[in-house]
Every structure is written in structure tokens, then in C-alpha cells.
Design a protein around this ligand. Sequence first.
Ligand code: NDP
Length: 310
Amino acid sequence: MTANVLFAGRADAWPAYEPLLKAELSRLGTDADLRNEFAPEDVDYIVFAPSGPVSDFAPFTRLKAVLSLWAGVEKIVPVVPVGVPLTRMVDSGLAQGMTEWVVGHTLRYHLGMDAHLRGQNGIWEPQAPPLAKDRRVTVLGLGALGTASAQALATLGFQVSGWSRSQKEIEGITCHTGPEGLKAALAQAEIVILLLPDTPATENTLNAETLAMLPKGARIINPGRGPLIDDSALLAALGSGQIAHATLDVFRVEPLPPEHPYWAHPNVTVTPHIASETRESTAAEVIAENIRRGEAGEPLLHLVDRSFGY
Ligand code: NDP
């Protein structure tokens, strides 16, 4: 039987997704009718983003799955009915974009680039940066994006540690778990990168207590989610010099309000949630594959575990 697939992403994304998804579904031999409008009671799968037209799932009475276009699902988990399988976006384009952003900002800190960008002052101070092998970097969150970023940093030679909920074994990365593992991962981190999901368990992972576990003068890069950091504690740590600088891409309130102290802070770089994004061509492959799996009765890829919230 034909599977009815509703595209409920942003309206302006439909022209790009429509041909890609149709081509992928046809390549996989999946009998599907993809549209951006359907009577809700006829829909089998929703390709979903919170920025799209669907906010109430109640009229969708025969849903087989909701396929998120976003990797972070904290806004999606609460609205998708319990019992309807929900998948999140894991795709190579998203991982590549995040890796490039993380490596770029890590190298900026590692090489001390800001001093030279600001230092067009006629003062000749020759001090070469250390090699990556002498720089310790910690990645909090070793999922799709954290692992890709950590591996890229390890390939460059950085000493990379990571932390996740379940114990991992990743070549070239010292992997930690649990509260003691967090302590160990932070204790030596000169640069910390946050790639955890936003869940009740990860809120304020960096707080006054954990910021104090970092070596003095550590730097923070947060492309994960705003609530991972206790903002008041970070501002206090920036004030005391415990944290030398923070690069923040995500915030509790987005867009970050103009009056927020992060904007004017000399030791904070704000970027407007651009670390990475879902790329249509690679995302279409993942979505189509999951529709194929759903129709074939095979397990879906990248299922969200509601009990953990990601
Ligand atoms: P994954 O779900 O693949 O990875 C999440 C990682 O966090 C896993 O390693 C997981 O552990 C770990 N984790 C979850 N809860 C805890 C906990 N309580 N304690 C310790 N570790 C925990 O997510 P992705 O890598 O795909 O994405 C990470 C986040 O990046 C997204 O949730 C989203 O918020 C953000 N993001 C930001 C973007 C941007 O442009 N700024 C773009 C895309 C995503 P385990 O491996 O054991 O499950």
C-alpha cells in the first residue's frame, strides 16, 4: 500500500526537499505519496520541524512515525504523541558542518588568534603557539556530532577526552562517564566543547561547581544547547578569570536578546545558532531510508528514547 508522507518542515524548504525525497524514495523502491498538504487522518509519516505548519498532532490518527529534520529534539519530544515513534536527524552533512565549526573555533583558541587579530599595534611579541599534542581538549557528549568533532581534533593531534552517558570506546579519545568521569574530563581541559542534548539530566552541566573543576583560564565552546550552561555561573567565572573566554552558539532564549550581557562581554563570542544545519541532500537520504524501513517493518534509524529525552 502507498505510504502517505506529509512534509511539515519550513515552507521555504519544500522546493528543495520535494525532488530530493521523491528521488530517494523511488531509488529505494518505496511506494510513497509525498506532499506538503494532506488530510491529517490520511497521513502515515510526518517529516517534521517545529518551524513548520504542524503543531497539533491530535488529528493525525494513523501516524506510523514522526521523522524530525532537526538533531536536537527537546522541543519535539513533548509534542509528539507517546506511542508514535520519533526519529531525530543524524546525517553526514550535519556532522561535517559541526566538525568544521568546532575545529575552527578550537584552532582559534589553540593558536591564540584573537591576540593577533586585535594586536595590530606595532608591538612585536614573538611567541609561537604550542603543538596540538600539548593541548588538552574535552568534548562533552560523544554522540553523532561529538564523536565526529572529537575524532577530527584527535586526528589533528590534540589530546582529546570525552564524556557521555554510556561508556564509549573510541580510538584516540579518552572516554569518561558518570559524575567522577565528568570531574576527570574537566580537570585537565584547556578547551571544553559542549555537544550534549538539552534534557532534564544535562541542564546546567556547566555550573559554578563544574566550572571550578576546570583549570584556571579554560575556554568554552558551546554549539550544543543554551541550557547546558548556568549563565550566571559562567558570567561569574568569566569575571574572575576562571574562564578566559567562551564561544557560544546557542542560548536559553533565541535570538539572544540585545540587552543580554553576553553580547557586550569582551571575553564572549556570540554566534547566532549557525554551528551546523541539516543539509537537504544528505537529510533526504536518511528520511527516505526510514520510510523504507517503516514500510518494510524494519527498525527505524536514530529513534529518540523518550525516557532519556534524546
Ligand atoms: P546524540 O544524541 O548523537 O549524542 C548526544 C551525546 O550526549 C551522547 O554521547 C550521549 O550519551 C550524551 N549524553 C546525553 N545525556 C547525557 C548525560 N545525562 N550525561 C552524559 N552524557 C549524556 O546527539 P548529536 O551528537 O547528534 O547532537 C548533540 C546536540 O547538538 C543536539 O542534541 C543539539 O542540541 C545540538 N546541535 C546543535 C546544532 C547547532 O547548530 N548549534 C546543530 C545540530 C545539533 P550516550 O552516547 O551514552 O547516549
